[in-house]
Design a protein around this ligand. Sequence first.
Ligand code: MTE
Ligand code: MO
Length: 398
Amino acid sequence: SDYAEEPPRHPALRINSKEPFNAEPHRSALVSSYITPVDFFYKRNHGPIPKVDDISRYSVSISGLVNKHIQLSMDDIRMLPKYNVTATLQCAGNKRTAMSKVRKVRGVGWDVSALGNATWGGAKLSDVLELVGIHKLSSVTSLGGKHVEFVSVDRCKEEKGGPYKASIPLKQATDPDADVLLAYEMNGETINRDHGYPLRVVVPGVIGARSVKWLDSINIIKEECQGFFMQKDYKMFPPTVDWDNINWSTRRPQMDFPVQSSLFYLNFFLDLTKQSAICTLEDVDVIKEGKARIAGYAVSGGGRGIERVDISVDGGKTWVEAHRYQKSNVPYVSDGAQSDKWAWVLFEATLDIPPNAEIVAKAVDSAANIQPEKVEDIWNLRGILNTSWHRIKIQNTS
Ligand code: MTE
Ligand code: MO
């Protein structure tokens, strides 16, 4: 079959679909480290994983509305200055399952772990585009190019057997501070097949769908990419639009991710000198009353940092502020100097859990955007961007 040469995967992943392979880690595995190990990084594919056997013959072409057209080998790309950018990649469909409970939506049934935080190593796209004569911070080329399209080598049924593709504005592609990478490393190692070997795009702060894996070519184009995933998918519609009255052309392709958070685990202080093992919080859970340590992740798009995470144990009537951190438990400094602006923050709080508690988290980003309370208000037919408050209902406490 087309899927005869899939790479090996960690057996502990929660598989949402086998062919194409879509999987996420279980809740307990995700926030135990600031950098997500590659094995536990969610995998989102639309077709079989391509196989590049001879790296010396691999190249990326750059063409379209530029005066110079070139082919770059992996050696050419490695010759450019290398940057390491820590960025959270999140699928627009993260937390879709919770949205489907309100009213059915179409798409892979993700729980709350269709995201991960990795350090990506590679060349900056702004440096790569200078090789074809496009200057930094350009919004249009002399031939009228305004968008940069990334075309993959994989094949998917949504593109009728053609390659996966997406685009970003030229302005963002040529902005060195936007940190758009052509990445060949993930967490210090050669990027593996599942995540885009030998080369993938990483667009920090933007929904995962624009970070094209297995890059084959870059086209400088006038209008944004007309591919399926830009025009017929990954758009945010209001709750009134359904499959019988949808008009795709009325909405823009989603780019930046809004502010998001999820609750993850708790650690009971049964005995204050010894912490018990980490327990994963499911959406409805049975835990004892008493002191517990609650943890989770919060992240926003567009380089907006996380300003605050509020936690409630009474369903949102009263709140306390959680402690936030990035790196390995270094207290989070909100002036930006010590923060990874594209990366998630982990948060934790030690709380008294009352009987029949409802634990809720909501994050606030640096632009003071706050997560919406109810999933009903942001329901959309494709089930994307479910950033509503994550609620954990505690039953039968005594
Ligand atoms: N790139 C290609 N070529 N093919 C794909 O199916 N999926 C996209 C994006 N890039 C995809 C792709 C989507 S929807 C997401 S969320 C991310 O890759 C997932 O990246 P990951 O599998 O490395 O986590
Ligand atoms: Mo995605």
